[in-house]
Design a protein around this ligand. Structure first.
Ligand code: SF4
Length: 456
C-alpha cells in the first residue's frame, strides 16, 4: 500500500544515536537541559539506534545514564533518577525506513507515474514500521540483528506479506530465488518466541489464486492462534504497471474468490472460532456483493489494510442515523447542502446511506464517484485520488461545500499524491473543502456541527 507514515528521506547518512526534535517545556528533559538537535547515543551503556531503542531501554528504569552528543558537539553523560513512569517529555526524529531487496511483479512503485513525488517510490521493508504502523514486510532480507530485536523488544504483532506458501509461486511473485523466498524458519522462530503475526496475500489472478490460495490460507490457519489473521487483498493495476505476467482483477474473479473463500471462512469459524481469512472490501465492492456482517470481522484485526472498513462505516452510519433520529427534528439537515467526493468503488454504497439521510433530515448531500485520472487502470479507491482527479470532477459539484476523503491526504500534511495541497484545491474549487475519514465524517454528522460555509 502507499504509505506516508514514514520519513520521506530515502537516503540518510546514519549518525550515532537518535536525534531529539522536541523538548516539552517544564519536562524532565528540559530540566536536564536537553535540546532539539541533541542526539542520545547510549542508555545505560547500550547503543540507541532510534526512538524505539530509547523507549525500550528506558522503559521501567528509574536510574539511568544517558550519553548525549550535544548539538554543539560536546559529549555529555547524564546520571538521572526519575519517578516510576515519569515521562522525559522528548520528541524524536522519525525512523528512516530500511529498503526492500525484492522485485515484486506487482510492486506499487511500478504503478506510479514517473513524476510522482520521491516518497511514493520508497520501498520500505522495515520490521519497526511493521510493529508501529502495520506496514507489511516480506521477511526475505531480515537480518539476525532485526530478528533478535523483534524478539528482545517484543515488537509484536508483525505484519507479514506471505502471498503464497508455495515456494515457487512466492519466489515468482517476489522476483527472488526460492531460497530467499522461504521464510518458514523465520516465521517459526518468531511465533515460538511469542511474536504474533498478521499475514497478507496480494491476490494475483492465475498466479496465487484458487488451489494456491487455499493452500496458503490453510498453512497459515495451521499456525493459528499465533498467526492471528490473513488479509487477502486484490492486485491493483494502474495504467503504468503493464507487466504481461499480471492478469487484471475482474468482477467475475471477485465473485469466484468470494465463493471459494467463503467455504474456508465457514470452516475456520467452526474449527478456530474466527473467520481468520478476510477478503479486502474492494473484492466485495467489485463483485457487486454486500460486505459481510459485523460478526464476520470480529474485532477487525486487519482494518488498517482496508478489511472491514465499509462494514464498520455503515454500522457507524446506522448508529448515528438512529441517534440523530432521536435527537434532532426532521428539518435539521436543511442547511447541509454539499457534495461528497469519493472513489468510484465506494460511491454507490455511500450514496444509499446519504439518500436515507437526505430523506429523513431534508439535507441536500450528493455523492460523486471520482475517476482516478492520475493512476488510471483499475484504481478506484478514495485514498488514491489526487487533486487533479478532484478538479476534473468539478462540473459535478453542487451545493456550498465539498467533502473529500481524508485518506487522499498525507498522514501528517494536507497534501495529495500529486503534490496539490488542500488549500490549493479549496482555492481552485472556490468552495470550502473538508477532508474526512470514515470516522470523522460520521462524527461531523452526528455532532450536528455540520459545515459552516461562511468565513472559510
Ligand atoms: S516488498 Fe515488493 S511490493 Fe513491497 S516494496 Fe518491495 S518490491 Fe515493492
Amino acid at each position: 500500500m502507499y504509505e506516508f507514515a514514514v520519513a520521506p528521506a530515502v537516503t540518510q547518512i546514519r549518525r550515532r544515536g537518535v536525534e531529539i526534535t522536541e523538548v516539552a517545556p517544564a519536562s524532565l528533559a528540559a530540566e536536564l537541559e536537553l535540546e532539539a538537535g541533541d542526539r542520545i547515543v547510549k542508555v545505560n551503556g547500550r547503543v540507541v539506534r532510534d526512538y524505539l531503542d530509547f523507549r525500550f531501554q528506558t522503559g521501567g528504569e528509574t536510574e539511568l545514564v544517558l550519553e548525549v552528543r550535544k548539538r554543539s558537539g560536546e559529549e555529555w553523560e547524564l546520571d538521572i533518577e526519575r519517578e516510576e513512569g515519569e515521562d522525559f517529555g522528548l520528541g524524536f526524529e522519525q525512523i528512516v525506513p530500511r529498503q526492500c531487496a525484492n522485485e515484486c511483479i506487482f510492486c506499487f512503485c511500478k504503478g506510479n507515474p514517473e513524476t510522482a513525488r520521491p516518497s511514493l517510490f520508497i520501498r520500505d521493508e522495515d520490521i519497526r514500521l511493521s510493529f508501529l504502523y502495520g506496514n507489511y514486510t516480506t521477511l526475505t532480507s531480515i537480518t539476525e540483528d532485526e530478528m533478535s530485536r523483534i524478539i528482545e523488544q517484543r515488537l509484536t504483532p508483525q505484519y507479514v506479506s506471505v502471498h503464497a506458501t508455495d515456494l515457487d509461486v512466492r519466489a515468482h511473485l517476489l522476483g527472488i530465488d526460492r531460497r530467499r523466498a522461504d521464510i518458514s524458519a523465520k516465521m517459526r522462530r518468531m511465533l515460538e518466541a511469542g511474536i504474533e503475526i498478521h499475514a497478507q496475500v496480494v491476490l494475483c489472478p492465475e498466479i496465487n489464486d484458487r488451489a494456491i490460495l487455499e493452500r496458503t490460507v490453510r498453512d497459515l490457519a495451521a499456525l493459528h492462534p499465533k498467526v492471528k489473521s490473513v488479509a487477502i487483498v486484490p492486485l491493483g493495476l494502474t495504467r503504468y504497471n503493464t507487466d504481461e505476467r499480471l492478469t487484471p482483477v475482474t468482477p467475475e474473479f471477485c465473485r469466484r474468490t468470494i465463493a471459494e473463500v467463503k467455504l474456508l471462512q465457514r470452516e475456520f469459524r467452526q474449527t478456530l472460532g474466527t473467520t481468520f481469512a478476510f477478503l479486502g472490501d474492494e473484492i466485495y465492492l467489485r463483485a457487486g456483493r454486500p460486505v459481510p456482517s459485523r460478526k464476520h470481522y470480529g474485532d477487525y484485526p486487519q482494518i488498517e489494510d482496508g478489511i472491514g472498513m465499509v462494514r464498520s462505516f455503515s454500522n457507524e452510519f446506522e448508529a448515528l442515523f438512529r441517534r440523530l433520529a432521536r435527537r434532532v427534528g426532521r428539518s435539521a439537515g436543511a442547511e447541509l447542502d454539499g457534495t461528497i467526493m469519493t472513489g468510484k468503488l465506494f460511491a454507490p454504497a455511500l450514496m444509499k446511506m446519504v439518500d436515507r439521510l437526505n430523506a429523513r433530515f431534508e439535507s441536500k448531500l450528493r455523492v460523486v464517484g471520482v475517476e482516478n485520472r492520475y493512476f488510471g487502470g483499475d484504481v478506484s479507491v478514495a485514498g488514491l485520488l489526487t487533486g487533479e482527479c478532484y478538479l476534473a470532477a468539478r462540473e459535478r459539484l453542487r451545493g456550498r461545500f465539498v467533502v473529500i476523503s481524508g485518506a487522499s491526504l498525507k498522514s501528517d500534511d494536507a497534501v495529495m499524491l500529486d503534490g496539490m495541497r488542500l488549500d490549493e484545491l479549496r482555492r481552485e474549487l472556490a468552495l470550502p473543502v473538508y477532508a474526512h475519514d470514515f470516522k470523522s465524517f460520521a462524527r461531523m454528522i452526528s455532532s450536528g456541527q455540520w459545515p459552516v460555509v461562511s468565513g472559510q
